[in-house]
Ligand binder design. Structure first.
Ligand code: SF4
Length: 346
């Protein structure tokens, strides 16, 4: 075992994170679920979602036979909803093939599972020697081995994968994999705690005093902005929600109808089957995606329903129920933030 790997394994035994709900199991379903939920999400935020999800879907079969609405409802609030949709699709694929795939290469073929996640599942569930390389691990390896450049560049990423593969120990792969994750999450963070690091002696960035420069940040570019008007249509304590098309942002989730700014009244009458009685602009909010920023302008309208235009993608629902439905975070925020206001102004 390399010095790097043995130092990490020893460190993990003493200082690694323990007692997390997804540790101490070889069940690939539970490991997979945790790995997907932990992408771009902190451990503390994941734990209640993970436990609730498993109570409702204790097996892959239970998940595969659920409706997408139910899966997204339980995912609601965790963000990055494509993860929930892919998890559901992958559960169906696993049930169709008859068993959970047994190697990292096969796991990677399931919907929504990337190379690093597949490797983590294979390492923890089957003890396979497979290299992980999530964002945290990229930071550790780039600093430790002085790999310059932005990790999103192809050449830098290839160098990191090469290093990650060469470092794999022959045994104790589970402890090593967990150690890398723990080190990246708790010690080699944006502001690293090098005095607590088991590989500090040989770390290139630390020795050169360049931990702030490595890895190089993503090249800056201004994100485009998009503006939408959301209609918070209120009738007898109910709001109108629309199911968003998939693929697309928040695909499969329930959201407020979007309207053209200039002819809201005509739009409501023609498309949504309701007549606006009063309308009021509410404070706007902004939501960031990786590739653009969304400016949301909410318009609260009290409406009378004209003979209803029934549509399977639309739903009048009580405000309290809407908050518990599979809705994106800004919709929930509006329902919570303006909930009392909505009722007070009926
Ligand atoms: S010594 Fe510091 S910069 Fe280097 S790997 Fe450890 S925590 Fe990261």
């Amino acid at each position: 075992m390399s010095k790097f790997a043995s130092a990490l394994v020893e460190w993990q035994k003493q200082h690694g994170r323990r007692g997390l709900p997804w540790q101490g199991t070889r069940d690939p379903y539970r490991i997979w679920l945790s790995e997907v939920m932990l992408q771009q999400t902190q451990v503390a935020a994941v734990i209640p979602y993970y436990e609730r999800f498993l109570r409702r879907f204790p097996s892959i079969e239970a998940l595969a036979s659920a409706s997408e609405d139910e899966v997204l409802q339980l995912w609601s609030g965790l963000g990055y909803y494509a993860r929930g949709r892919n998890l559901h699709a992958a559960a169906k694929a696993v049930v169709a093939r008859g068993s959970f795939p047994g190697t990292a290469a096969e796991i990677e073929e399931l919907p929504g599972i990337g190379r690093s996640t597949a490797a983590a599942i294979a390492a923890f569930a089957f003890g396979e020697r497979a290299a992980i390389l999530d964002g945290n691990v990229k930071r550790v390896l780039a600093r430790c081995f002085g790999i310059e450049g932005w990790p999103g560049e192809k050449a830098v990423e290839e160098a990191l994968w090469g290093r990650a593969n060469r470092l794999l120990p022959q045994n104790e792969i589970e402890a090593y994999t967990q150690a890398l994750m723990d080190l990246g999450a708790s010690v080699c963070t944006r502001t690293p705690k090098c005095s607590a690091c088991p590989v500090s002696r040989n770390c290139s960035a630390r020795r050169q005093g360049r931990t702030a420069e490595i890895p190089a940040p993503r090249p800056r570019r201004a994100l485009p902005q998009k503006c939408v008007t959301w209609l918070l249509l209120l009738n007898r304590g109910q709001v109108l929600l629309e199911k968003r098309p998939a693929p697309g942002i928040w695909g499969g989730l329930w959201s407020f109808p979007e309207a053209p700014v200039n002819d809201v009244g005509d739009y409501c009458a023609a498309k949504l089957g309701c007549e606006i009685l009063t309308k009021k602009k509410l404070a706007g909010l902004e939501h960031g995606f990786t590739h653009f920023r969304l400016q949301i302008r909410p318009l609260l309208c009290h409406v009378a329903k004209t003979p209803q235009l029934e549509s399977p993608g639309r739903l009048w629902i009580g405000i309290g129920q809407a908050r518990d439905a599979a809705v994106p975070a800004p919709v929930r925020k509006l329902l919570c933030r303006d909930f009392l206001h909505l009722l007070a102004t009926r």
